[in-house]
Design a protein around this ligand. Structure first.
Ligand SMILES: Nc1ccn([C@@H]2O[C@H](COP(=O)(O)OP(=O)(O)OP(=O)(O)O)[C@@H](O)[C@H]2O)c(=O)n1
Ligand SMILES: C[C@](O)(CO)[C@H](O)COP(=O)(O)O
Length: 248
């Protein structure tokens, strides 16, 4: 029988095993610095800032888990947060699956958060956790789009692409992380949905099982560092926070 006095336990899997090809050549993306501190450290701190989070599993580049573990120990977290590092896989989906396998028993809420979204505010993290606790099996933070979106017929490079439609923008959302789940739902989604079926996020895997997914408001500062210009923006946001909020 479950113990009603046991505190709800929230864990986070942070996939950080990507190369960051779109950012250009160099160190794996999660280890590149923002304001002198590795992006991954910012992402870990952003998750540990939530008082609900008790466990963090960092999924490191497969050939660099020991180095990442050593690095993260140079940036201690509050005592309430346990941190483990595991080697990742060839794709984001595989890395998340490896991270889920390292979660302890008895977790009630699991978040998946990209290391590449280092500046997500804690209020967004807490809003996702609250929605899962309130009974949603899958929750994504998201924002309305600023640009009009066109659907095209892809062509070989250099050939103009014919437009085949313009989706109604007010119905679209740009999805961020952390995405939050009931742990059984996320495990089942990762165990069931085959790699390459087109899901680029974890909620997409849950959708394929017919699990209802809900959206909560995302945040502009939860943007993903993907291309070089994103690094410029991230440095500016970080500098503003350090100047005004005492952020480290
Ligand atoms: N094999 C992989 C690929 C990606 N990721 C992680 O998934 C997150 C989101 O992916 P993205 O920003 O696309 O990162 P990369 O795959 O590194 O980027 P790129 O496609 O430009 O190489 C990142 O934190 C990245 O480290 C991962 O853990 N394992
Ligand atoms: C999970 C994600 O960050 C949600 O926007 C995104 O789908 C990751 O996609 P990418 O292809 O790894 O950039």
């Amino acid at each position: 029988m479950s113990d009603p006095t046991r505190p709800i336990r929230t864990a986070v899997v942070i996939p950080a095993a990507g190369r960051g090809v779109r950012l250009g050549p160099g160190t794996p993306k999660a280890l590149r610095t923002l304001g002198g501190t590795p992006m991954l450290v910012h992402a870990v701190r952003a998750m540990a800032a939530s008082r609900a989070v008790s466990h963090i599993v960092v999924v490191a580049p497969s050939d660099g888990a020991t180095e990442v573990d050593r690095l993260l120990h140079e940036y201690p977290l509050a005592d309430r947060t346990e941190l483990v590092v595991v080697p990742g896989g060839r794709t984001r989906q595989e890395s998340v699956r490896l991270g889920l396998a390292a979660l302890p028993e008895g977790i009630d809420v699991v978040l998946v958060h990209d290391a590449a979204r280092p500046l997500v505010p804690v209020d967004t993290v807490d809003a996702v956790i609250a929605a899962v606790r309130a009974g949603a099996p899958a929750v994504v933070p998201a924002l309305p789009l600023a640009d009009t979106v066109k659907q095209v017929e892809p062509q070989p490079q250099g050939t103009p692409e014919p437009v085949v439609g313009t989706p109604e923008r007010s119905l679209l959302r740009a999805v961020q992380t952390p995405q939050g789940f009931d742990p059984e739902t996320l495990r089942k989604a990762h165990d069931t949905v085959v790699e390459g079926e087109g899901a680029t996020d974890d909620a997409g895997l849950a959708e394929r099982l017919g699990v209802p997914v809900v959206v909560v408001p995302g945040h502009e500062e939860a943007f993903k560092v993907t291309r070089p210009l994103d690094l410029v923006l991230a440095e500016a946001v970080l500098a503003r926070r350090r100047a005004t909020d005492g952020y480290v």
